[in-house]
Structures are given as structure tokens and as C-alpha cells.
Design a protein around this ligand. Structure first.
Ligand code: MSP
Length: 509
């Protein structure tokens, strides 16, 4: 069976510029995609923009622009963000692309042919901000449960027989406990499914900006039924791509906790209705606050990811967001915490270690790490074992999407290496026992090699610089080469100081 991995971000709405929440999902997805690629898997990583619907149409109208021209321009910011965040090999899909519209219409027709769609009229509450329908009993003080405004709408529409799939979904989730992650989200979905599940309105007929319902030009497909199949468009499902099933079997959707129901109820039900398996896993992450406050456009406290990268660097933001919080939980974006992570974890612990060790080797050993490692002390063996076990530990964390753990394992080894260097004091050994000094430094360079190779998914830019300094060829940077000895890995080439990997932030500013 092919060793595939299909990882996705939501298709982001283009009614506003990218914010830290959109950057977060994209970054975590890229980190996992990079990890799996380096671990020898055949990865497809998809991100994109959700361009239809009432919310986007309203925004374009407000700005006096045609929706298409507006989305053409807005979508570029999201695409550019992928580059700015240093994402690798993103397959970027726009929902206004012709191939996607074809997918949505074919998806719709399959639902119709399966007898899953019927005509009716919707009468009830709708939140344009959420692009979601709400039952009367879900409202809280006249607002949506998410706190957004709702309006009463009455319009002809088509319904999807969602209620019919309720029991099948419950059964599916009871048999596939890890299909919803983290575990604590599972109950949330099951509790929704244990209530009254109504059929879902899947078309709108009071505005035009959407994919026309086949055979009913006065309806456009409801924006979620338009957006969700973007996960299929990206794999060439409608075109009958021969590899579709290989990837779909290993499909992992990363989303924010607010869009859990769309992904774990509506989406799998529609997939089952046309004879497809639900996604392999939906992982819902938490929300970021800004210095402890809820982020909102109206409060004017949104965080611009372009500015964040410009000020601190992409590696730094990537590391901070992965490390700061257990993936799944809410987190706080605080400049003090960010600065501390950069100065302490990155500049001091990681950067200084590498610079200290490698410049020492360059200066006093001519860049050669040729010491025989056969007469080792218990301290040597301890750190050597820890480096050799690092891949296994980080892999286990990556498989579980425990991004914080991935970083913790790597930084534990970095911490160990810093303690080892202080305890072994190679600068003193230089005068007393040059041979032992060479062993200690060779050990340390080997630890750095493990750290460099395994930190590529998190801090790709710095790791590449470090691997260059270790003279490890580009094609030898995948995990399978880690088991070689350092000398075989870099083919005996010289190592040199990497220079500054992570500049310190002046926290007084
Ligand atoms: N268009 C839909 C998704 C369709 S997927 C088939 C959508 N788009 S969105 O742009 O509004 O949201 C994108 C993601 O950003 C969501 O996963 C949401 O959880 C996330 N975030 C928005 N604000 C956030 C924070 N403050 N923190 C973390 N993530 C947040 O929903």
C-alpha cells in the first residue's frame, strides 16, 4: 500500500486579509507535511481560499467591486502568505476556479442521483458571518451561539437528507475513535448527534455569488457545500485521478474548533451519501488570543502574519506557535512570551550551542570530526542514545499531531547537549587531553546533526543553514540517512561555523 499522507487546511474566506488564525493552521499543516515528506511519505498538502457566498459578495458590494475581481485580488494574499511562512509544495486551490465549480456540480449531481436532495423552503435563522443556519433553540440572547448576529430568512431551497445519516455517523465514530481529534472534541460531536439532527439547507436563492445548482439557475450551492468538496478538487476526484483513493485513505483535515460540526457531521454525511469514506481524521485546534484578549476586527486587535514574519522571522513564528501550546488547546500570542522563546530557546539554547561547537571544531580541529567513538563514558553513551532515540520520539509525536511535543523532544536534546558541553568543558580539555576533546566535540557535532535534521519541519530556514554548515548534501537530509554515522552522512567533508542562526530580540524595545 502506498505510504501516502494527505493534509489540508480550511479554504480561507476572502472577505478579510489573512490573520494569525489562518497563518496558524497553515503553519502546523506545513510542519506536519514537511515531517512526513522527510520521513519518506508521499505527501499532498492543500490550502486555498473559499471565495463564494453571501459574506464575500456583501464585502465586494460594500467596496463597490465585482466579486470575481475582488476575490482574484484577495486570494493572492493567502497564496503569498504560504510563501512568506516558508511553506513547502502547497497545492493551492481557489473555489472560484473552473475545475472546482465542476467538482461541486458533479458532487451535487451525485447527491441528487442518490436521492439525497429534495426541494423545499427554509424558514429560520442565518448568520452571514458564520455562513451557518441555526435552530431557534441554539440562539443565545438572540445571537448565534458563536456570538455573531443572526437574521431571519425565508427562501426556497434544496435540502440534504442529513437526518438520515445520523445513526451511521454515530456508528462510524464509535468504530473510529481517532477520526476526531483531540479526544475531547469527540464528545462534542457525539452530543450534537444525539440531539435533533435536521436536514440541511444546501442552496441559497436570494443572491448570486456562488456555484449555480445544476438545472436550477435561480439557486446557488450553499457555501459550505461548495467549500468542503475543495478537498476533493485538489485530488482530481471528479477527473477520476487514479491516485485519488491512495491519498483519500490517509486524509487529515486540520481545522479550527469553530468549524468542527461542518467537518465532522455535514461533510462525512455527504461523503457517505455518495459512497465515499469520511476523512481519516479531523483535528480541531484551539484559538489564539492577543495578549489575553479575544481577537476581533471590531476590537481592532487582529495580528497581521506578514508583519509578524517581517519583525521576527518565519522560523521564529513557526517555532513559537508550535511550541507555545499543546496543539488543540487555546493559546495566547504575547510579545513577552514570543521574545522569550526566541531569545532563550532559539538564540541561546539552539543557536549558541551550534555556533559554539561548530566554530570550536572549525578552529581547533580543522573542521574534521574523525575521532573514534569506541572508548565512551556513561555521559557520552547517555547523550548518544538520546540522539539516536530522537527520531522515534518525534515521529510518534508527529503521527499524533502533537506539534508541541515534537518541539519539546528536540529541545530536550538541545538542553542535554548544553549541559554536556558545560560538564565536559572541551575548552579545558584542549590543554589537558586533546584526544578526549576530539571525542567530546565529535559527540556534540553528532547531536547537532540529529537536531538539525529533525528540526527541519519546524525551523526549515535555520536547519538548512546548519545542514549546510555540517556539509550534508541536500539529497541526504531525509530521516533515513540519520542512522548513518556522521562521517558517512556528510561523506567526510569538513564542518564549519553556521553563523548566527537566530538573532536575539532586544526586549527593551
Ligand atoms: N471558509 C471556512 C472554511 C471552509 S473549509 C472547507 C472558514 N474560513 S475562515 O477563514 O473563517 O476560517 C479559517 C480558520 O481560521 C478556521 O479554522 C478558524 O478556526 C481559524 N481561526 C480564525 N481565528 C482564529 C484565531 N484567533 N485563532 C486560531 N484560529 C482561528 O471558516
Amino acid at each position: 500500500m502506498p505510504n501516502t499522507y494527505y493534509i489540508t487546511t480550511p479554504a480561507y474566506y476572502v472577505n478579510a486579509l489573512p490573520h494569525i488564525g489562518t497563518a496558524y493552521t497553515t503553519l502546523m499543516a506545513d510542519t506536519l507535511a514537511r515531517f512526513m515528506r522527510l520521513d519518506g511519505r508521499d505527501v499532498v498538502f492543500v490550502s486555498g481560499t473559499d471565495e463564494h457566498g453571501q459574506k464575500v459578495e456583501t464585502m465586494a458590494n460594500t467596496l463597490g467591486q465585482e466579486p470575481q475581481a475582488y476575490t482574484d485580488e484577495m486570494s493572492q494574499h493567502f497564496r503569498r502568505l504560504c510563501d512568506v511562512l516558508n511553506c513547502d509544495q502547497v497545492r493551492f486551490v481557489r473555489t472560484s476556479e473552473a475545475r472546482h465549480k465542476k467538482t461541486v456540480q458533479a458532487f451535487w449531481e451525485r447527491l441528487v442521483n442518490a436521492g439525497e436532495i429534495y426541494e423545499g423552503a427554509y424558514k429560520g435563522w442565518y448568520s452571514v458571518r458564520d455562513e451557518a443556519f441555526y435552530n431557534e433553540d441554539e440562539l443565545v440572547d438572540g445571537m448565534a451561539p458563536t456570538g455573531t448576529e443572526v437574521a431571519w430568512i425565508e427562501e426556497p431551497c434544496f435540502f440534504f437528507r442529513l437526518s438520515k445519516w445520523r445513526d451511521r455517523l454515530v456508528e462510524f465514530y464509535n468504530e473510529n475513535r481517532d477520526a476526531i481529534q483531540p479526544n475531547y472534541r469527540f464528545n462534542e460531536v457525539l452530543s450534537f448527534l444525539s440531539g435533533d439532527v435536521h436536514d440541511l439547507c444546501v442552496s441559497r436563492s436570494t443572491f448570486k455569488w456562488g456555484v449555480p445548482v445544476p438545472g436550477h439557475k435561480d439557486h446557488v450551492v450553499y457555501v459550505w457545500v461548495d467549500a468542503l468538496p475543495y478537498y476533493l478538487t485538489a485530488l482530481g476526484y471528479i477527473e477520476g485521478d487514479a491516485r485519488f483513493q491512495d491519498y483519500w485513505r490517509e486524509s487529515h483535515h486540520l481545522i479550527g474548533k469553530d468549524i468542527l460540526r461542518f467537518h465532522t457531521v455535514y461533510w462525512p454525511a455527504m461523503l457517505m451519501a455518495i459512497g465515499l469514506e469520511p476523512p481519516r481524521q479531523v483535528f480541531a485546534h484551539g484559538w489564539w488570543t492577543n495578549e489575553g484578549k479575544k481577537i476581533s476586527k471590531s476590537a481592532g486587535n487582529t495580528i497581521d502574519p506578514f508583519e509578524a514574519v517581517e519583525s521576527y522571522g518565519a522560523d521564529q513564528i513557526r517555532y513559537f506557535m508550535a511550541r507555545e501550546v499543546a496543539f488543540g488547546r487555546d493559546a495566547d500570542y504575547s510579545i513577552v512570551a514570543l521574545t522569550r522563546r526566541i531569545n532563550s530557546d532559539l538564540a541561546n539554547d539552539y543557536g549558541n550551542l551550534c555556533q559554539r561547537v561548530l566554530s570550536f571544531v572549525e578552529k581547533h580541529m580543522g573542521g574534521k570530526c574523525l575521532a573514534e567513538l569506541d572508548d565512551l563514558t556513561p555521559e557520552d553513551i547517555k547523550i548518544q542514545t538520546q540522539s539516536q532515540e530522537l527520531l522515534m520520539k518525534v515521529r510518534e509525536a508527529a503521527e499524533a499531531k502533537a506539534l508541541q511535543k515534537m518541539a519539546e523532544h528536540i529541545w530536550d536534546l538541545i538542553g542535554e547537549a548544553n549541559r554536556y558541553i558545560d560538564a565536559q568543558a572541551p575548552w579545558s580539555l584542549r590543554k589537558t587531553d586533546f584526544k578526549r576533546m576530539e571525542v567530546v566535540l565529535t559527540m556534540l557535532v553528532d547531536v547537532i546533526r540529529h537536531v538539525a535534521v529533525l528540526s527541519q519541519p519546524i525551523v526549515p530556514h535555520a536547519a538548512a543553514k546548519l545542514l549546510d554548515a555540517l556539509s550534508i548534501a541536500k539529497e541526504l537530509r531525509t530521516f533515513e540517512h540519520l542512522q548513518k554515522s556522521l562521517h558517512r552522512h556528510n561523506q567526510g567533508a569538513l564542518v564549519r561555523a553556521p553563523g548566527s542562526l537566530f538573532p536575539r530580540i532586544d526586549s527593551s524595545k
